[in-house]
Write a protein that binds this ligand. Sequence first.
Ligand SMILES: C[S@@+](CC[C@H](N)C(=O)[O-])C[C@H]1O[C@@H](n2cnc3c(N)ncnc32)[C@H](O)[C@@H]1O
Length: 172
Amino acid sequence: MFEYYLLLTLLIIVLFIVISSLKIGISPMPTSKSARKIIVSTLQDSQNSTIIDLGSGFGTLAIFLAVNFPHKKVIGYELSLFAFLISQILKFTLGLKNLHFYKKDFLHQDLKNCDLVCYLFPIGMQKLEDKLFDEEINTTIISNTFAFRNIKAKEIIKDNSILKTPIYIYKT
Ligand SMILES: C[S@@+](CC[C@H](N)C(=O)[O-])C[C@H]1O[C@@H](n2cnc3c(N)ncnc32)[C@H](O)[C@@H]1O
């Protein structure tokens, strides 16, 4: 009987994640390990004290950043409720004091003076690009897989996976 309820709960959670992914436009799929390493090495020389993961999903990328940059504040904004809850559980389990997750739309947050990382989708990239122009945000932006339409990448690094996923690095 316990197994039945457990399975039912898991199915409901998966269903909620699928529905919110359809609404938002992307699932909480995590950035690969090799891409995470590229992101960390790219941010190594940055002087900014805050890194924001725009759409933090289950929190794995933000956790990796918080562990690798213990003296920086890492923020993750996420719209999907269950992905956000899972990231909160992971944060408290790991006891990472420099990591903060918020169930908020990053398009309505102050992104100035922070390094930005994202793994979005074409419409999400377009909205982010509009915000960067409107608010004149000048910073480093690292985007997994998807490029901006009008901003030229300073560098494009391919990860080590079979897919050779591009990581776009912008200095706006
Ligand atoms: C592919 S996942 C990436 C997760 C994580 N950043 C990583 O790289 O491992 C993209 C996430 O962005 C979230 N998202 C998309 N648009 C958003 C917005 N405007 N505000 C907050 N979260 C958003 C989605 O819900 C999804 O969980």
